[in-house]
Design a protein around this ligand. Structure first.
Ligand SMILES: Nc1ncnc2c1ncn2[C@@H]1O[C@H](COP(=O)(O)OP(=O)(O)OP(=O)(O)O)[C@@H](O)[C@H]1O
Ligand SMILES: [Mg+2]
Length: 358
């Protein structure tokens, strides 16, 4: 009896996506099955190129076909991805951006910008199309962190409307209030003028199609971050915190801001920054200076996912000054932490998207 495409499909119904809790065929993740004598090829379409389970799922497909169809078949799986979204067709603002992620915190100085920048870099390295908006009108730090301090935006006119180009660096598209105004004058911009300029970054910039847009919010839970998160069509929020005891109240404040009735933005999870120290001469060792489980306990208490822990490393501070985000350095142990964080974030988004349009 000859083998049919439907035999392959039936076999792959036995393989589940462990995050999305359903089989690959039902999830429409199998395409272009091709049979040629003893060879089978097909596309496995993941919901994100940052999928941490990539290799396990691929192996499970091979095993299932060998088990249920024929164990002598030669199988070639083409791994691709199509990032999912739950934006509405009717959305006007950033219509071609599939997922918009805000990075916030209960207080300043905990590493929001560091996390936003390196998360965006790590997502882009997986092959996703990524944008980054510096929405911190108090003190935009992204131009400095990308070595774009003295740059000014270029624009063009189309059908009587003007558009600006985001900067492109390390595979990312980037815009900041800092590209429109002197860093030293940014402070007097607070209020309506700054909000208007900020709105232009979203509505009058040529972002094109993006899988993920990361937004670095201003610190705290005051009026400006609140207005921002109300105004923009966010997919979800990430809260950055440090492991000290004092940070707990701040995380709760931030969580309340996103979960507020009027706002109701899903919290994708917490990132604990400056969690542990890796001695340079013992790269396998980790010192949890502030205790190891504070963040995890807090996450459980607030019913929020713990997305990842980022080590404390002086190289992060210097990378902020040289314009080379640490996640671009393949040698740094911090890069691994950000790569894992990017996977966790992409995974949470895929799960949330799947839940809301099954
Ligand atoms: N894991 C880390 N290890 C070492 N230094 C870090 C780490 N994370 C952040 N820093 C440093 O701490 C300082 C504050 O970080 P960052 O600017 O990212 O915080 P922020 O929350 O965005 O601050 P603000 O509230 O002012 O916007 C920076 O000098 C940064 O380089
Ligand atoms: Mg910042």
């Amino acid at each position: 009896m000859t083998i049919q495409n439907s035999d392959i499909t039936e076999a792959l119904r036995h393989v589940n996506d462990p995050d999305l809790n359903n089989d690959l065929v039902t999830l429409n993740m199998i395409e272009n099955i091709h049979l040629d004598e003893n060879n089978v090829t097909f596309d496995l379409v993941l919901t994100t190129p940052a999928c941490p389970m990539k290799n396990q799922i691929k192996q499970a497909c091979v095993d299932a076909i060998h088990q249920y169809v024929d164990d002598s078949l030669k199988i070639e799986v083409n791994m691709t991805s199509k990032v999912t979204s739950r934006r509405k067709e009717t959305d006007v603002m950033l219509r071609d951006v599939k997922n918009i992620i805000a990075v916030g915190s209960g207080k300043g100085g905990v590493g929001k910008s560091t996390v936003a920048v390196n998360l965006a870099v790590a997502l882009a390295k997986t092959g996703a199309k990524v944008g980054l908006i510096d929405a911190d009108i108090y003190g935009p730090s992204i131009p400095m962190m990308f070595g774009l301090l003295n740059e000014r935006v270029a624009g063009y006119e189309k059908e009587g409307k003007s558009f600006i180009y985001p900067f492109e660096k390390f595979g990312l598209k980037i815009l900041s209030i800092g590209f429109f105004v002197d860093q030293s004058k940014a402070l007097i911009w607070r209020g309506p003028m700054a909000s208007m300029a900020l709105r232009q970054l979203f509505t009058e910039a040529d972002w094109g199609a993006l899988d993920y847009m990361v937004i670095d919010l201003p610190p705290g839970t005051g009026d400006i971050p609140l207005t921002l998160i109300q105004e923009f069509p966010l997919t979800g929020a990430i809260i950055v915190s440090t492991p000290q005891q004092v940070a707990i109240a701040d995380v709760r404040k931030a969580a309340d801001m996103f979960r507020n009735d009027k706002i109701n933005i899903p919290i994708l999870g917490i990132v604990e920054n400056m969690s542990y120290f890796i001695p340079p001469d013992l790269p396998e060792k980790r010192y949890f200076i502030f205790g190891q489980d504070g963040g995890k306990k807090l996450a459980a208490e607030l019913n929020i996912t713990m997305l990842g822990q980022i080590p404390i490393d002086p190289a992060i501070t210097s990378s902020g000054d040289t314009g080379m985000p640490i996640a671009t350095d393949p040698q740094s142990p911090v890069t691994k932490a950000f790569d894992k964080l990017a996977e966790a974030v992409a995974q949470q988004i895929a799960v949330a998207n799947q839940r809301s349009n099954p």
